[in-house]
Design a protein around this ligand. Structure first.
Ligand code: GTP
Ligand code: SPV
Ligand code: MN
Length: 582
């Protein structure tokens, strides 16, 4: 069953890393039980209360290892030009020379786990095989939730060698010896020194975005940092939407949206297909089709509550792995924004005694839950359809306290590509570094695009030209604030009101007002929100002066790409600049 190519690679890594044991994982339930028991014995997982949180565990990562580390993440393409100004680059030979000594003997006294996995629905033309070698049992148990792990991979691989070689070791967890290196030419990832999510679960950001984006460029498809959801209108018709929002900017929440009573009463329903990554391919019908390569959710815990995201709360009620949240003496977990009183006698994410007035956070701001997607009450019955789902609209959204309206519509695919290329957001705790600083994050892919982003914009433009009926493109912003810094928009379930307009526009209906940046809604259904027309005007206002500054900032940033930036992007920029000046 295991092809010679995989055996040979595992043997090569075994010789380098010198583990005490080698375990070939099959993804079975018996294996999960055995590895979980070992993880509990070794203190890697703490069991939660078996009645209140059945099948669930808490993991505490090293306090220096709680988020993606973008400055330690490298694209090792043959030339620096291919990686572009958006990536850190190391020459492949230099990266191998630097990391090989770190991997040498790194697994002594440890077990080497071989984790075969499929990204994408089994039997789908979208799907890709990866094999992760890791010495972290936490990684194995998370990969089991996040991917189709086990025999499905060997079946798809047959006797071929078309798989991503994903090598991971915790190393000594020192940030000084932490590297996440991608070798797109060799379909290979080497990660050492971190046990945290996106740095260590190599099927996710490393394979399904950085490696896959480069594959998609060469093969005519797209790998995007996008949620996928289905919105069912009162006539029972489903429209599928993708949304690219930067890390911790609301993808999981939008994907699991619970319609507010006024809209639910009229028959609106929302279905979840994916919450973080979408692979998109042109379909035979001239539309773009999307599949979720993942099998689980690795979601942000803080802010998740029965009020904000009831579907997520039901999903994580059992069989969940929590990372870096607070723990009560009763064996239940808690985080900021949980909307229930904290359990008694709590310890914080580092295991230190914690009480509500302590002034420190109980949960790390980037604490997470890992859960199977199949447990989500709103999961779309077709979420694993090998064909994917046809996409009506793409949303670009981010945290913008000013300037960007609640929702606006791009004129066409080229303009929409420009809207995506100019996406910017206040930074969050999902990556190490300052929080709340505005940075450009085109298509929410700045940390995840495996090649020069100017070429990536070119790929977007070419893909739009290849499909006869490309999705319509919209900008959204749930995070606009008033002068006192309060959100103008209630967000969460109420975001469906903006989606209602998006869908009307896709159906050729819905009243719009033209502005220099695109169409904004002439009106929105606000029944039950307590918001009036004046509030909507504030939410959808397009201020020329602010946009003139925005256009200037965009030009500065585009300048970093030199003459690789597609002419069409500059043309859209010129059009915006002219529209907002004078
Ligand atoms: P990654 O998993 O990092 O890619 O993040 P994500 O885009 O899936 O973000 P997620 O949905 O987990 O949201 C991150 C944070 O934003 C959480 O604390 C949410 O509670 C909060 N959030 C999500 N949607 C909204 C919204 O509509 N309004 C407001 N104010 N906050 C929101
Ligand atoms: C993100 O940071 O966008 C995430 C979490 O979805 S991680 O898997 O760590 O990248
Ligand atoms: Mn993400």
């Amino acid at each position: 069953m295991v092809p010679a190519s995989a055996r040979a690679w595992v043997e090569e890594v075994r010789a380098l890393c010198q583990p005490d044991h080698v375990v070939w994982c099959d993804g079975s339930e018996a294996e999960r039980e055995r590895l979980t028991a070992e993880a509990v014995r070794d203190g890697v997982l703490l069991p939660l209360d078996p009645v209140k949180q059945p099948g669930s565990y808490l993991h505490r990562s090293d306090p220096s290892d709680v988020a993606r580390t973008e400055h330690l993440t490298f694209i090792c393409s043959n030339t620096k030009d291919e990686a572009g100004p958006n990536n850190n680059w190391m020459a492949p030979a230099d990266a191998r020379a630097k990391l090989t000594p770190l991997f040498r003997g790194a697994m002594r006294g440890r077990t080497l786990y071989v984790v075969p996995f499929v990204m994408g629905p089994v039997g789908s033309p979208f799907s890709k095989v990866g094999i992760e070698i890791t010495d972290s049992v936490y990684v194995v148990l998370n990969m089991r939730i996040m991917t189709r792990m086990g025999n499905a991979a060997w079946t798809q691989l047959a006797d071929g060698d078309d798989f991503t070689r994903c090598l991971h070791s915790l190393g000594d967890l020192s940030p000084d010896r932490r590297f996440i290196c991608h070798f797109p030419q060799d379909n290979t990832i080497w990660s050492i020194g971190s046990g945290y999510g996106g740095n260590a679960l190599l099927g996710k950001k490393c394979l399904a975005l950085r490696i896959a984006s480069a594959l998609g460029r060469d093969q005519g498809w797209m790998a995007e940092h996008m949620l996928i959801l289905g919105v069912q209108n009162p006539r029972g018709e489903k429209h599928y939407l993708c949304g690219a929002f930067p890390s911790a900017c609301g993808k999981t929440n939008l994907a699991m949206l619970v319609p507010p009573p006024a809209l639910a009463g009229r028959g609106w329903k929302v279905w979840t297909v994916g919450d973080d990554i979408a692979w998109l391919r042109p379909g035979p019908d001239g539309r773009l089709w999307a599949a979720n390569p993942e099998a689980g959710f690795f979601g942000v815990a803080p802010g998740t509550s029965n009020k904000t995201n009831l579907n997520a709360m039901h999903t994580l009620a059992r069989n969940a792995i929590f990372t870096n949240v607070g723990l009560g003496a009763d064996g239940t977990v808690w985080w900021e924004g949980h909307h229930s009183p904290p359990p008694a006698d709590m310890v914080d994410w580092r295991g230190r005694p914690w009480s509500p007035g302590a002034g420190e956070k109980a949960a790390h701001p980037n604490s997470r839950f890992t859960v199977p997607a199949s447990q989500c009450p709103s999961i779309a019955p077709e979420w694993e359809d090998p064909a994917g789902v046809p996409i009506s609209a793409i949303l670009f959204g981010a945290r913008r306290p000013r300037t960007v309206p609640l929702v606006f519509e791009a004129r066409d695919w080229q303009h929409g590509t420009f809207v995506g290329a100019t996406l910017a957001s206040e930074t969050t705790a999902a990556a190490t570094g300052a929080v709340g600083v505005l940075r450009r994050d085109p298509m929410a892919m700045l940390p995840f695009c495996g090649y020069d982003m100017a070429d990536y914009f070119g790929h977007w433009l070419r893909m739009g030209a290849r499909v006869a009926r490309p999705p319509r493109i919209f900008g959204v912003n749930w995070f606009r604030t008033d002068a006192a810094g309060r959100f103008l928009w209630p967000g969460y379930g109420e975001n469906l009101r903006a989606l209602e307009w998006v869908i009307e526009r896709c159906e050729g209906r819905g009243d719009a007002v033209s502005t220099p940046i695109g169409n904004v809604p002439a009106s929105l259904d606000l029944e039950g929100t307590g918001l009036d027309a004046a509030a909507l005007a504030a939410l959808t206002a397009v201020d020329r002066e602010e946009w003139a500054k925005e256009a200037a900032a965009q030009a500065d940033w585009f300048g970093t790409f030199g003459d690789r930036l597609p002419e069409a992007v500059w043309a859209e920029h010129a059009r915006l600049s002219a529209a907002v000046s004078g």
